[in-house]
Ligand binder design. Structure first.
Ligand code: DLL
Length: 433
């Protein structure tokens, strides 16, 4: 089943729509946003210079830092009275990335999420258990309203509380599970320990998973343990939230909703556009967003795109499941965090030095973050109470500012290995697993 016929339009029609919308978007940002006007002017390009889709390569890139520099609403292109929703992702103290939507943008978001659900075979008869976090994170509410749009019953469970989630899934007869892949596996493990008979106790038939890098092995384990079809969804707050692309029943590549998002693959080092099929950094331009239109957003995500038609009948190009990131952003249980943000917290903490190391590993199926920090020489190291206070303060700051639950381990001065070249700040043991 296909939600909207735009998803199976002939390629020429898709590309004609993209060109028209790209020109409109470029004209709007040039006229309204001083940030984009300046960027276009610096490159000597005008919106009317866009004659074909390939001319997009002449436009400037937008980076996460640009959103931070214009915190909170500096890149919005509609008056605040028109903005109906704000979301944001974690950031250093006081500087998260903020995104906004007007009523039209909400319709676009619900539309693309309805497509995702339809790809998963979800209809009004289904019960969707939504374990994505509700709040500033786009996962919870993005999945919520998309489910309402297809008429399914949504259970807004949000994250955490494993036992209660399992009880709700069982008692309410959830047929669809939406959450991060690592949480899905954790739920399965706890259910198995409690002696559940999956087919008898649960009615799940499909799971819609995304928001974090996931190995093929983990995907297979989730599908197998719950005995469900694994559908993958990709997205990011800066573009819309979940619902930029999704896999269908025939392919584990993800159809990009090309009538709303124009995707390119570039060489992350040179910025050069790469040919179809080649791996590089995904860059996305929004084609229909009004409150926060974005030109050539550098997602940092590494993938490839092919345009070849798919057996499902959709003609939208397909991206490969994300293979990695071009920058050092870590994703810990779905929360994005840059090592520099952790460093910022440590730099503002008393009693410790900037000799630290971030260790990411797996505990069961969930991510675990440990931060080793050397105490300063002047800290009384036999004063257990003082050490506990320092540790607790850093942990609280990390939770309050970056939304991450990390275990801080204070170590003696000079114990963290010094590097001759670049400091090794992050040890990601999850990659070895
Ligand atoms: O994670 C939106 C989302 C919510 C997607 C629920 C899917 C499901 P952000 O918090 O802004 O938005 O994080 C965006 O998460 O740049 C990727 O690095 C990563 N990411 C998202 N989906 C996937 C995926 C949401 N399917 C960042 N595979 C993106 C790998 C993903 N990484």
């Amino acid at each position: 089943m296909i939600w909207n016929k735009a998803e199976s339009a002939p390629r020429e029609e898709i590309e004609a729509t993209q060109l028209e919308r790209l020109r409109e978007t470029a004209s709007r940002v040039y006229a309204i946003s001083p940030f984009y006007k300046q960027k276009f002017d610096e490159l000597g390009i005008l919106p009317q210079d866009i004659k074909s889709i390939d001319d997009i390569a002449k436009l400037p890139f937008t980076k996460k830092q640009d959103l931070r520099d214009h915190y909170p609403f500096g890149l919005f292109c509609v008056p605040m009275s028109e903005v109906v929703r704000i979301h944001s992702s974690s950031g250093t103290t006081g500087k998260p990335t903020v995104v906004g939507y007007n009523a039209h943008d909400m319709e676009v978001w619900n539309e693309v999420m309805a497509r995702v659900y339809t790809m998963a075979g979800v209809t009004a008869k289904d019960v969707v258990h939504n374990g994505y976090g509700y709040g500033l994170f786009t996962g919870g509410l993005g999945f919520h309203y998309g489910a309402e749009k297809v008429g399914a019953t949504i259970v807004p469970a949000s994250g955490g509380f494993t036992d209660r989630q399992l009880m709700l899934m069982r008692d309410f007869g959830a047929t669809v599970l939406a959450c991060t892949p690592s949480f899905a596996l954790h739920l399965a493990e706890v259910a198995a320990k409690a002696g559940s008979e999956f087919r008898k106790d649960y009615k799940l038939k499909v799971g819609i998973f995304g928001a974090e890098p996931t190995s093929k092995g983990l995907k297979e384990a989730v599908a197998k343990s719950w005995d469900i079809r694994y559908q993958e969804v990709y997205g990011l707050s800066e573009i819309i939230g979940p619902g930029v692309s999704s896999s269908c029943e025939y392919s584990d590549r993800l159809h990009i909703f090309e009538d709303h998002f124009l995707a390119e693959i570039i060489d992350p080092k040179t910025g050069e556009v790469l040919p179809e099929g080649q791996r590089g950094e995904l860059v996305i331009t929004t084609l229909t967003k009004q409150a926060l239109p974005i030109i050539r957003y550098r997602t940092g995500d590494i993938t490839s795109i092919i345009k070849e038609p798919c057996k499902c009948g959709r003609t939208h190009a397909r991206m490969e499941s994300i293979v990695g990131r071009a920058d050092d952003m870590l994703i810990v249980n779905g929360v994005n965090v840059y090592p520099s943000q952790v460093e910022h917290v440590i730099a503002n903490s008393e009693g410790v030095t900037l000799n630290y190391q971030i260790i990411a590993s797996k505990k069961g199926h969930l991510d675990k973050l440990e931060i080793m920090v050397e105490v300063s020489d002047d800290v009384m190291r036999d004063n257990i109470g003082e050490l506990e206070n320092i540790k607790k303060r850093i942990q609280d700051d990390l939770l309050n500012n970056l939304y991450i639950n990390a275990a801080v381990k204070l170590v003696e001065p000079s114990t963290i290995e010094r590097s001759m070249g670049k400091a090794v700040r992050v040890i990601d043991k999850r990659k070895e697993a």
